[in-house]
Structure formats: C-alpha cells, structure tokens
Write a protein that binds this ligand. Structure first.
Ligand code: DGY
Length: 319
C-alpha cells in the first residue's frame, strides 16, 4: 500500500472522496489552522501533502517530514511555502492556477462595486430601520463610467478583471514587468508611479514576493488621486495597512475593499470602524465550483508526482 496523501483540511466538493476510492488518504477534520509544529506532526511520513495557503510550509516543517516528495498547494499563490528549501530538498511544489481566475476576478468586481456604490452601508441602513423613503441625496456613491481602473499585476486574474471593465465603461491601465496584450481589451501599460497617478480605482493582482511587499506604502499611496478607491484580493502584505489607514483617516482615499490582510486573519483596528471600507474574509475563490476544481487540480498534481509523472502545474521541480 502506498503512503497516504495527507490533506491538511477537508476540501469542498467530492474530489477527496473520489480519490479515496483508489488511493489511501489521510484528511484532517478541520478545526484550528495548523502552525509549524502541528503541520510537521500531521504530515509526518507522508510522501504527498495537499496544503492550504495558510499552512506555513517552512524549512523546519520539511526537515521534520523526510519522506515528503510533493507539496500540492491548493491555491494559486504559494508565499506560504519556502520554495528555496523545497528546491534544496528535491521536493516538488505545485499550485492551482487558471481554475480560480474567473471567481477571483468576480470578487474583485464585487468589492469595486460595493465600495463605490456603498452597498454594505445601504444594507446596514435598511436592516437597522434607517430607510425612511427615497431621497435624492441618499447614499450617493461614485460612478465608474469613463474613470480609469488601474491594475497592479496583469497576470491571469488581473487580465480577467480588465475584461470585465469594458462592461462598466472604464478605461484600463496596468503595471507589470511585461507587456501582456489581452484580446478584446484596450489597456495601457504604465510604470507603477504613472499607474497610481492615473487610477480612480486601483485593484491589486500581483503575487506576494519580496519585491511586491508593501508595494503600496506611504509614498505610493500618496500618488493616487484624491478620492481614489483601493481594492485588494491578492495578498495582504502588498499593502502597508498602517499607511492605508492613515490615507483613509486623512480623507485622501474615498474607500477601500479588502479580501486579504497584512497579518491575516487579524485586521488592522483602524479599518474596522469605517463605513467606507468593505472587508471580506479571503473568499476570492470561494465558489463551490471553483474550490472543487482547485481540489481536483491539487490532487492531480500530487498523484502525478507519486506516480513518477510531470505534475500539470509545477512551481518548483523536485527529484
Ligand atoms: C489563492 O489561490 O492564492 C487565493 O488567494 C485563494 O482564494
């Protein structure tokens, strides 16, 4: 019997159950997220582990799991994994790109619309009995037609967000290390500084790397036009949250929509009491269809490595 594939969480959909019909699996029941010690103990002598983006797959964890051949992250981002350590130890690392692109782009738009049209404030007003009839000045928001949507990071998700912009009559500009033409989208590539200065709404879609950590810091936030909106569905630490709160407090930013946080799951207290901030609990890819597809792809990756085949979506090549 081959060593079981370990799952640090019971993933949505029926992919794990289908795998269990043909292979041994070991699935955690859920509960608290694992820290390094908990992960090391749970993975133990497994050759394959399917991980969450919140699982810290550090060098220490890998050292404690000497049989490990593949870390199949069930996420497109992999900043939770020490890639250098995996490379040194000959462990494959894989991720789940493509399958979550449309769901995450939809959620970025949900946040853009929620902050610019004050959707959450309106909902709260109605529930709290504050709606006393139509008024011409009730909850005035900001229109998107003719405004510029700035996209930081023009990969798969950034381009999917851009494709939706035409439907709202927005101009699109982006900053990225590469020119990336997207069929059907007319978008200008700008330097980050130019992009910030031009963006009425800024949406972040770059991965978290040492280069993108605090890419929106005090200085860069000041480059946005007065009254701009910022939306982040990528990773929290790309924004200096302290600087973001200061920009909101000064009134320079009109609103912020966040799905991710600098010290996730903790949220900066300066964000919590503000009505022009919409906060979601990292649900960019949270549809049943998408999460099932992510689980399916992570499983395909793990099984391929165990069977001596090339996994479909490798990040680090193992031995
Ligand atoms: C990812 O896959 O990296 C997303 O953040 C998950 O929703």
């Amino acid at each position: 019997m081959s060593s079981p594939i370990a799952f640090t969480w019971p993933l949505p959909g029926d992919e794990i159950a289908r795998l269990a019909e043909v292979r041994a699996v070991r699935v955690r029941e859920g509960g608290e997220l694992l820290d390094e010690a908990g992960l090391a103990e749970f993975v133990g002598n497994a050759e394959a582990v399917v991980t969450l983006l919140a699982d810290p797959m550090t060098d220490r964890v890998m050292a404690a799991c000497p049989s490990l051949r593949v870390i199949a992250n069930c996420a497109v981002g992999y900043d939770n994994i020490d890639l250098e350590a995996a490379r040194r130890r000959g462990i494959w690392v894989t991720n789940t790109p493509d399958v979550l692109t449309e769901a995450t782009a939809d959620l970025a738009w949900a946040l853009i619309l929620a902050v610019t049209r004050r959707v959450v404030e309106g909902d709260a007003m109605v529930r709290q009995g504050g709606f006393h009839g139509w008024r011409p000045d009730l909850l005035l928001g900001t229109g998107l037609q003719g405004k510029t949507l700035g996209i930081v990071g023009y990969g798969r998700i950034g381009r999917a967000v851009a494709r939706r912009a035409a439907g709202f009559g927005m101009e699109v500009a982006y900053s990225d290390s590469e020119e990336r033409p997207e069929p059907g989208v007319s978008a200008r590539r700008l330097s980050l500084e130019q992009l910030l200065a031009a963006s009425h709404v800024l949406s972040i879609h770059c991965p978290l790397t040492p280069e993108t950590h605090h890419i929106l810091d005090v200085r860069n936030l000041r480059l946005l036009p007065d009254g701009a909106f910022v939306v982040n569905t990528a990773r929290g630490p790309v924004i200096d949250e302290e600087a973001l709160v200061a920009a909101l407090e000064s009134g320079r930013l009109a609103g912020v929509g966040l799905d991710v946080y600098e010290a996730e799951p903790d949220v900066h207290p300066g964000l919590l009491g503000r009505t022009n901030v919409v906060l979601l609990p990292h649900v960019g890819s949270a549809t049943l269809e998408t999460r099932s597809a992510m689980a399916g792809l992570a499983i395909e990756n793990a099984v391929a490595v165990l069977d001596g085949r090339e996994p479909p979506t490798p990040v680090v090549r193992g031995d």
